[in-house]
Write a protein that binds this ligand. Sequence first.
Ligand SMILES: Cc1cc2nc3c(=O)[nH]c(=O)nc-3n(C[C@H](O)[C@H](O)[C@H](O)COP(=O)(O)OP(=O)(O)OC[C@H]3O[C@@H](n4cnc5c(N)ncnc54)[C@H](O)[C@@H]3O)c2cc1C
Ligand code: SF4
Ligand code: SF4
Length: 401
Amino acid sequence: MNKFGSEKLNQQVLQTGLCIGCGACIDLCPYFRSHRGRTAQLFPCNREEGRCFAHCPKVEVDADTLCRFLFAAPYNGDPLGIHRSIHISRAGDRLKKQPFQAGGTVTALAYYALRTKRIRGAILTGREGLLPVPRLATRPAAVFGSSLSKYAAAPTLSALNRAIAAGYDNLGIVATPCQAAAVAQMRMNPLDRPSFQDPAALVIGLFCTWALDFRQFEAFLAARLPLRDIVKVDIPPPPAAVLEVYLRDGKKEFPLDEIRPLVPAGCGYCIDMTAEFADVSVGVLEGRPDRNTLIVRTARGEKIVREAEKDGYLIREDMPAENRAHLQWAAANKKQRGVRRCLETGRLNGEEGAACLRLKEEIIRQIMENTPEVPTSPHPVGEERQKSGHSRQVKEASCLI
Ligand SMILES: Cc1cc2nc3c(=O)[nH]c(=O)nc-3n(C[C@H](O)[C@H](O)[C@H](O)COP(=O)(O)OP(=O)(O)OC[C@H]3O[C@@H](n4cnc5c(N)ncnc54)[C@H](O)[C@@H]3O)c2cc1C
Ligand code: SF4
Ligand code: SF4
């Protein structure tokens, strides 16, 4: 593993605009800070090796090393990552009805893990106004306060760093794919610290096609609606191709074409749609807004899902083949786009300390050569929609599925 310090991080990630503001480098030392969605280094530091660089998900991420560490298997380029099973799911009936983003699977699993003391705390993302804010929940009921998706990139992992510094272990972490990659790098103890203890007892990944730059997103909405009236933001699956903003007294929609310019550059280098480095990953489900897609990846992920289901906190169904095919297609598309961007900018493999991503040559070929076929959408697609270019819209939306 390549080891460098904050100077290199600054040069290769912050100054190049690759930073996604995940928070992994924040609250490890007094020097890095997040302010309204942006990460900045306040003072220079001359350490030659730092956790800031070692944990950052935008520099020197070696997918094969991460997979071998987490799954004892090589990175195989599967669009959905290494996994054991895929399901449809929702929060079980024992959980009080709450405002969830979709089926509430994430909140249900975090709640159950805390309630059964599998974890001592859950690292979540709440919000203050529109600003996503890192949170540590130590009581089961506290997880409800952080439900719902905040579509701006969030410094969530600063709460993990603070919790570890405060002596917490056995933590549950709800993380976007880049955050889950940072947590996996953290768990590998890259600086070989003798006192190190793996802090993560459960990583719940979120699907993510892209996030938004908080400051630009806030300015965009502020010019169009009263921010204080926002109760929920959603990006329904294709073919909708809109961002929905639910207000106290109604709803406004914005075409995704107007929203995409607010996506930070760092997301363009991302090859992971389904949080491949998590124990379980959760996304929305096309055509059923009150359900989730649930991917189970590890033995401990499987155990908690099975037990939560048995105790009435989670409900699972089989995933139809057409939903699965569409998910696979969308994730393959994102992988190909991310690899292409890394190749075009010289950030795939190459110079030590400058690569965004490291992949084996045969995996790069496999990702780039297997152009995914547009599958039949799991939605009932009417003739009208086909005539009006539905399949092109699905392809371009690829995807906030
Ligand atoms: C930036 C972003 C992009 C997404 N893109 C897709 C996509 O392309 N396709 C798809 O299927 N699903 C996507 N999702 C996931 C989806 O919106 C839901 O989070 C997921 O389906 C879980 O639903 P739920 O009902 O179980 O969530 P809930 O039970 O409501 O829980 C939501 C959880 O998300 C966490 N969270 C909220 N905002 C953030 C954030 N900014 N960063 C980190 N954690 C956060 C909260 O801590 C909470 O635990 C995205 C989510 C985010 C945050
Ligand atoms: S991507 Fe995360 S770890 Fe990397 S510089 Fe930005 S905030 Fe820090
Ligand atoms: S697209 Fe990738 S880099 Fe951007 S927020 Fe999502 S997981 Fe992170």
